[in-house]
Design a protein around this ligand. Structure first.
Ligand code: 4AD
Ligand code: MG
Length: 480
């Protein structure tokens, strides 16, 4: 067997010495023609491989360059150098893959995140992205653990669909028809999608919720965790065109149960990351602290990353209604002094991210759950409240991010649902299958969607969402 190696993380955890080991990995630096800092991605810490002077051919030494992949065998000994307990005194070094030092884009120095985004296929090999993507993994694992432990069924909802779950029209079309003008047309000149691959017009899903609701009407508790797609032209640090969403849907839950589930869920996964990825989070906290130092005092956050995460885990989220939030915003000095780009002057306006962030970061200084929004600014499936104006919606807002969760109790009453769909021109025929859940054994139920990348942003402290997904898709960018 070729791969009889010990992972670097495992080696560094123990202070055992005087035994033979093989390591494999990528060279970070090679100092004094003697000291190799080797990394295999299991941790940000490198193992020092010592190639004693005079013991290795010049031909080999020349090929130990930054980025090269090597296999080294030797004795694990106590290290004299500082920063590590053990090192490997090499008896053999094999070059598995050369790396032309002149052309390798990652130099042993600090690169900007913007530059690294351009070489996203290489950025996994940096400390920052090593830490970010190990934490992302842990969070994904924690998502499954949380729901599995509570008896939820993981449901794979379709990626190609014919419906617009959010009714917002931000969809990417899926078609095999030609784009050169020769696609089959109807008499009125529009495209005849009956001739298309699926015999109808289809798109990439914006949410798995509607299919999730069908499953919840059989299993009671389900969740989805998959990619979703939005063709919204938002060039912000919080929007992607392709992002991953977790959508639990629970029969017999009302809005309050839904809030409790979401709050428990967020706290559980953050706690899981703190317990299982402490080293990476501490590295990211340090990184953030240095980044913060570049900012003017007034813009710096009051808490460090670890402090912030522990605060969120250990404190209740603030819960209030949309109406209460509007009153706070209207009365705020920020609003009176016209410091908001969008002035809050009346009930009914949609909240902008500047308003969400004001509530979370300036007013309450903790995560906030806003409920009971005006029905006009929310999706058709949300349960209508008795006041005739609001729906049983809930959004969770997180410091530094804004909206991280969107959810609601669902309108289970068929007549009310049909009435709302009619009002906003959603053809009932298109969602006939969805309406069956209201025809056959309907029950109160609720669910929410958590944007996975926004959660990863929150936990890692990365300011741009493009830096927490391996290969980001956003307007005018789909490289790799
Ligand atoms: O609020 P949204 O649009 O809600 C839904 O899609 C519902 N079907 C969820 C449900 O009730 N099952 O999206 C949910 C979350 C947002 O709160 C946000 O965190 C994230 O998805 N999100 C995005 N993340 C990155 N880029 C985008 N363009 C996003 N749009 C939404
Ligand atoms: Mg939303």
């Amino acid at each position: 067997m070729f791969n009889k190696r010990i992972k670097v993380k495992e080696l560094l955890l123990s202070d055992k010495t005087n035994y033979e080991a093989t390591v494999m990995g990528w060279v970070r630096t090679f100092r004094n023609n003697q000291f190799i800092a080797l990394n295999d991605g299991s941790t940000n810490n490198n193992i020092q491989v010592v190639a004693e002077l005079g013991k290795f051919d010049d031909a080999i030494l020349k090929r130990i360059t930054t980025g090269a992949c090597i296999k080294a065998t030797g004795e694990i000994i106590a290290s004299l150098g500082k920063g590590q307990k053990v090192e490997l005194k090499a008896t053999s070094i094999e070059i598995l893959g050369d790396s032309d030092a002149e052309k390798f884009p990652l130099q042993p120095k600090k690169h900007s995140l913007e530059f690294l985004r351009e070489i996203a296929h290489m950025r996994f090999r940096t400390n920052t992205f090593g830490a970010v993507f190990r934490v992302r993994h842990t969070l994904a694992f924690a998502v499954h653990k949380f729901f599995h432990d509570r008896g939820f069924v993981y449901m794979h909802t379709p990626i190609i669909t014919a419906s617009d779950a959010e009714g917002a029209g931000e969809m990417f079309r899926v078609t095999t028809l030609p784009l050169d003008g020769t696609a089959p047309k109807l008499e009125d000149g529009s495209i005849n999608f009956k001739e298309d691959f699926f015999g109808r017009s289809t798109n990439l899903t914006v949410s798995g919720q509607l299919e999730g609701e069908l499953a919840a009407m059989a299993f009671s508790d389900i969740y989805t965790f998959g990619p979703t797609f939005r063709a919204e032209n938002s060039n912000t640090t919080r929007h992607l065109a392709e992002f991953w969403m977790i959508e639990p849907e629970v029969a017999f839950n009302d809005l309050e149960d839904n809030m409790n589930l979401a709050e428990d869920f967020i706290k559980f996964i953050i706690r899981f990351a703190i317990d299982n990825n402490k080293e990476d989070l501490e590295f990211l906290a340090q990184r953030l602290e240095e980044e913060e130092k570049q900012k003017p005092q007034a813009e710096r956050s009051e808490m460090g990353l670890m402090e912030k995460l522990l605060f969120v885990v250990n404190n209740d989220f603030e819960r209030l209604t949309y109406t209460e939030a509007i009153d706070i915003l209207k009365e705020s000095n920020h609003n009176k002094k016209k410091k908001f780009q969008y002035i809050v002057d009346k009930w009914g306006v949609d909240l902008q991210s500047e308003h969400e962030r004001y509530l979370v970061e300036k007013h309450f200084k903790k995560p906030v759950i806003l409920t009971n929004y005006p029905k006009e600014i929310k999706a058709f499936y949300m349960r209508q409240n008795d006041d005739g104006k609001t729906v049983a919606a809930m959004d969770i807002l997180a410091p530094g991010i804004g909206e991280i969760v969107g959810g609601s109790q669902r309108e289970e009453r068929q007549d009310k649902l049909l009435e709302r769909m009619k009002e906003i021109h959603i053809p009932a025929e298109e969602l006939d299958w969805y309406l069956d859940t209201r025809r056959f054994g309907a029950c109160p139920h609720a669910g929410f969607g958590l944007g996975f990348e926004r959660l990863v942003q929150f936990v890692t402290g990365m300011t741009n969402i493009r830096d927490v997904i391996p290969f980001p898709r956003y307007p005018k960018s789909a490289s790799f």
